[in-house]
Design a protein around this ligand. Structure first.
Ligand SMILES: [Zn+2]
Ligand SMILES: [Zn+2]
Length: 333
């Protein structure tokens, strides 16, 4: 579907409640640039091919793949599209760094994640019950290695477009948005979505603060003149500033819940996650994989609290426990 002159939105199916990834296509260099090819499945690959055909394009016309971030639903299909077209793959260097352990030693990377979750209170039997498709991830990555890594600030030229790459870390360390200044269009990836808030995940990288990064990345978009936002899920919207403010309030409320939980004494991230109001339901009803994601999201908030001085963290008997920092109870800005 042509959503703006020369800009096509393609619905690439994926499993789960989101149902599809919205990929974007625009003409360039006698072919096309495709942003976020989608989820790696036969169904997704066929749907992509069929929608290209509808607009008079073919897979072999794709010259360039821009990946907003390295999550499976955006990057997963890059391997097959690259093999079919020879397109170059562009990915931010921070996301490339984040997936490299899965290339070098996938089983070791999985074991490290399991140890990390155990130290944050997730019961061992739960952790081991989650199948991690480390080899599948490795296979997807190895077949679509980035030809160029991005840092933010580059310009991706198309016919009638001049997309500025804006580095927006938070949802992933190397997430990027594409901004067309003259036409006031923003391809927002998963950074800003109209209804849901993107998952934030602390995975133990020392000194990292995904929630702080995310809030700063949101702030950086506020001054931009944007007529329409084209996200990678849900639907296009035009109230960017208002939506950013809603998302900021959401994280503030979530932070307050966690501080309230800690008022009763030190807790692990796993314990704190039980006290959070999750939009998808009660933590106790989540399957183990979802509990792991909820614990990592809880950690993104707790660690941000540590950075801002509201929360302290200590390691006792192999478990990380968080508590309110002295004099910080109830205060949050
Ligand atoms: Zn994502
Ligand atoms: Zn996504």
């Amino acid at each position: 579907m042509e959503v703006a002159p020369g800009l096509y939105q393609l619905k690439v199916p994926m499993p789960g409640p989101l149902e599809y990834v919205l990929a974007y296509l625009f003409p360039c260099d006698g072919g096309y640039t495709l942003v976020d090819p989608g989820w790696p499945s036969d169904e997704a690959f066929a749907a992509l091919g069929a929608q290209l055909q509808e607009i008079g394009a073919a897979l072999t016309d794709i010259r360039r793949l821009v990946i907003t971030h390295v999550h499976h639903d955006h990057y997963g299909l890059a391997a097959r599209v690259k093999e079919a077209s020879g397109a170059e793959v562009l990915l931010h260097e921070r996301d490339w760094e984040a997936v490299q352990p899965y290339v070098d030693d996938p089983d070791g990377a999985v074991r490290q994640m399991q140890r990390f979750l155990a130290m944050h209170g997730v019961p061992r039997d739960e952790i081991e019950a989650v199948p991690v498709p480390a080899q599948i991830l490795r296979d997807v990555i190895m077949r679509a290695l980035p030809d160029r890594t991005l840092r933010g600030g580059e310009v991706i030229e198309g016919e009638g477009f001049r997309w500025e790459v804006i580095w927006t870390p938070g949802h992933s360390a190397g997430h990027v948005c594409l901004y067309e200044r003259d036409r006031q269009l923003l391809l927002s990836g998963d950074h800003v979505l109209p209804v849901i808030t993107p998952h934030l995940s602390f995975v133990g990288r020392p000194g990292s603060d995904p929630l702080g990064d995310f809030l700063r990345s949101l702030e950086a978009l506020k001054p931009l003149a944007v007529r329409t936002v084209y996200p990678a899920h849900e639907f296009a919207f035009d109230n960017l500033r208002e939506r950013i403010e809603q998302i900021e309030l959401h994280h503030l409320a979530r932070m307050r819940e966690m501080l309230d939980a800690l008022a009763s004494g030190p807790l692990t991230a796993y314990d704190v996650a039980h006290h959070v109001t999750w939009v998808t339901g009660d933590f106790r009803d989540f399957d183990f994989a979802m509990q792991g994601a909820a614990v990592r999201e809880t950690l993104a908030h707790l660690e941000h609290g540590v950075v801002t001085g509201h929360i302290a963290c200590g390691l006792e008997e192999g478990l990380y426990r968080y508590r309110l920092a002295q004099g910080a109870a109830g205060q949050i800005t």
